[in-house]
Design a protein around this ligand. Sequence first.
Ligand SMILES: NC(=O)C1=CN([C@@H]2O[C@H](COP(=O)(O)OP(=O)(O)OC[C@H]3O[C@@H](n4cnc5c(N)ncnc54)[C@H](O)[C@@H]3O)[C@@H](O)[C@H]2O)[C@H](O)CC1
Ligand SMILES: [K+]
Length: 550
Amino acid sequence: MQKLNTATQMRQMDHAAMYGEYAVAPAILMENAGHAVAERAEKYIGGWLGKDVIIFCGKGNNGGDGFVIARHIQAAGARVYVYVLGCFQDYSSESRQHLETLFKLEDRETCIIVRCGDENIDWQLLKHRLQDSQIVIDAMLGTGFHGNLREPISSVTAVINEAAAASDLTVIAVDIPTGVDSDTGAVSGSQEEENGPVFADMTITFGALKRGLVFYPGRLCAGHVELDLIGMPAPLLKKSEDDPAYWLQESDISEILVPRSPDSHKGSHGTIGIVTGCSDMAGAALMAAHGAVRCGAGKVFLRVPSQTAPYCIGRQPEIMVRGIGNGSFFIEKDAEYIVSECRSWSVLAMGPGMGKNRETKKFIQYLISHTECPVVLDADALNLLTGEQNFIRSFGNRIIMTPHLAEFSRLSGYSLGEIRKDIIYAAKRFAAAWHVNLVLKGAPTVIVSAKTGNAYVNPTGNSGMACGGMGDILTGMIAAMTAHETMPDICTAASVGVYLHGAAGDYCRNHVGQYGFTPMELADAIPKVISQLGEAMAVPRLQHPMIGGR
Ligand SMILES: NC(=O)C1=CN([C@@H]2O[C@H](COP(=O)(O)OP(=O)(O)OC[C@H]3O[C@@H](n4cnc5c(N)ncnc54)[C@H](O)[C@@H]3O)[C@@H](O)[C@H]2O)[C@H](O)CC1
Ligand SMILES: [K+]
């Protein structure tokens, strides 16, 4: 997995590298950063030779990177126009050093430097240059950006986006696209305002991925993202950050979901108890059970209210269905019928299609308090438990809650705006307050560990999965993974379930298209996706997969 850093964490990493024991000179780091952009972008565009390139350099070190880039691509045969948007004396010493070098390379043929303040950018000339250029490099703002873009950067950004929309101009962003908040993915301006962010085709980021590159809308501005370590000392790259967040990778999942031991048996792969459904809402219950089956669960028991049972029994032979009680929804008394068998299950999942009857809430609370296995709570179970923070806290670290944004807002009491402002922060705050493992479903989904407070962001999935029933499948998948014999802890199980769920959705999109694949089709793709894990890369088997934290 890769660290997902904030701007502050990046500044700390930079500072430790430059001014701590490692003493990597600032100008060297900047040189490495600029060289990384020149090298990686060269592969992306097919070579600098003969290209006309415009580089916009902001007032900070992002701009300093731009000065280095200009030198390298001039040497590689490009003609480069450098717009210096800051005053010389305002730059850091490392930026000034690289700018002085660039001044010595200035000529009227291959390196034209436009020293400009707000009042004297020749906008007409700039627009012509943009029309005649093939590449723009955005070295205006990086991790130092906050709020909304100010002039002249706001107008320059608008001109770049306009030129790129009207031609096949390629835009390369340095570290992060200008106007994207590196901590949250929020962007400058809004629909009606002008001062929006740069929309890049490619972003080369340094040292660690920034959170703003994986959350929308910032993620939409970044295009193809490449990470370059720019010579950062290894201990800083591996250092666990305070308030950490990680970007899950396939290698994490394939290290955990190891091939089955040849002598394993159905007991090795868990007994999944799914207790859910109400009246004729059998579909959600069946989909949750099917998700568990397709994840290779050993045995799957489905317990539904008696009046729901006729819709479920025999629908899928692998799922062992029984009706409970006499009604169309669960009441507290019904819990007594199944609490003893629940105790023999590896995991208990509740919520999909369970209904909102207050009696059912008591049923749920009874089962949670009279069992000791991990519990997955989704959908109606979450709605019914809104406000029950103290109850949940007392069982928390064996509970996984899987709300989507609207359910999370109701459950937590945080407004949608507050959540969207910083999803990782909101998810961590809730997981700590309720002492639960949280799967906050969205684009992307964020998983938080009750044990460590670490956040894991899921890279898989797509908008073709935005339809009813996908969450039901996921509930069954997480339940099955929780019961998997090699799973180190339930946060890891949740992360594996979420990753596979999105990967199965990507498989369906790639084979069926973005519209119309069903939750059941996604579930049926799971075995294929699991079989492909690790085929892409032979990875060393970690002794202790990192996800659950040390
Ligand atoms: N290890 C690394 O990641 C390295 C990163 N490098 C580069 O350094 C920048 C961060 O540099 P910094 O000087 O801290 O900030 P910026 O260059 O992003 O910008 C600061 C500059 O921007 C002005 N500003 C802030 N908000 C706005 C706004 N809303 N509108 C207009 N202007 C704004 C602010 O006033 C400052 O003047 C990082 O991204 C990397 O590119 C190192 O070069 C190598 C190591
Ligand atoms: K930038």
